[in-house]
Design a protein around this ligand. Sequence first.
Ligand code: DCP
Ligand code: MG
Length: 440
Amino acid sequence: MGLDRENHTDKHTYKHIDKNGGKPIDKHAGATSGTTSGTPYSEADLRELRRSSILHVDMDAFFVSVELRSRPELKGRPVIVGYPAERSVVLSASYAARKFGVKSAMPMAVAARMCPSAVIIEPRHKLYYEVSGQIMAIFGSITDLVEPLSVDEAFLDVGGAIRRLGPPREIGELIRRRVESELGITASVGIAASKFVAKIASTRCKPDGLLLIGPDETVPYLHTLPVSALWGVGAKTVEVLARMGIRTVADVAATPLPSLRKILGATGEHVHRLSWGIDPRPVTPVRLEKSIGAEETFAVDTADDALLHRELLRLSHRTAERLRSAGMHARTVALKLRYADFSTITRSRTVSTPIDSAQLLYGVAVQLLESVGQRPMTVRLVGIRAEQLEEAAQAPLQLSLDRRDDNWRAAEQALDRVTRKFGNKSVLPARLLDPAPGAD
Ligand code: DCP
Ligand code: MG
């Protein structure tokens, strides 16, 4: 029995889950029919149920499924989401297209040759991120222990939700029902005692499936799989192991640890543990990053426009650098001014294309400063905040920026690299090299 797909994906790691527009999540929204809310489980029952309480939930053909909501006549047909351009790759393929051999990350030209009847749809990233936020909000209504892995998948530890919502299998079914009825797409759910096995389970039961691999079935099941199913075992390692005659997880499990260490170094131990189903990594919720900003108090309060501008430029660079290292784009830029009497005002503006470049942040900040008009007194503190953050992972978003902006981004990314290497003060735009009297 082989895996249909690699169990690890090259999608971008999902860093940000505040996608439900800041709305509070209804903790009880999931407690509907079919659940065992209030059912008195004995402590022994609970212990047993909690042995398999890690869910891996992943949407089926995510981008395609979202597109099919508005084009239901394409259901069951080969559909590919990707740019029809020469050097683009397949982002998502319907299961009908996969029958022709089409896979994600394959060049579009190759996919079109393999499956000439496929309907090709250009991606609408903004829409997918909205739906992604709704998916994460459903997960968040089940448990706080949600670890998003990418736009369409997450681990959930539902051990603490069993009393309220029922056994993990029922919770998995509840999530699948809710995703389908509320969002109009399908999800697959893998359930196991560890993240590693839960992820394998969801991969195995796709599309539109649910698979629970109980603790007692885990090792026998794992031992039927090829080594590539093990987390951290990529094409290179597969090759190295194959040369030693190690092809299946069972082969790995049967290899003495010192031999594996000799072949794979430190990874040997990790791989050996996984082959026996040992993966103690907990589900780790990500911190919600709602905004990123920087502010500065002047040593002496100021009314000087040039000084304010220079400081805004510096803060824009600081904020943009942090945005980029967090992999985020901002939709809204806010300016904060604190006057000599400590009264504080903020002004914000939402931009049409999310940004992560200091020049663009600075441009908006200057407009905001101008919108304040005549200031009533000297300024004590100035700050910039990037808000409504979005995952920057989707490079195509950048294509909508004009060429000049792209150049700015490239230059600033280079600057980030130098700054990381040589420290903060080593490279600064020429304007910032002037002494800034009063600013610290
Ligand atoms: N994605 C992408 N670039 C990639 C891989 C994926 O932009 N190299 C996007 C498109 C996918 C989405 O991420 O729709 C989710 O990725 P998955 O690997 O989960 O693939 P799908 O959801 O499309 O299919 P599956 O049913 O196999 O999960
Ligand atoms: Mg998916």
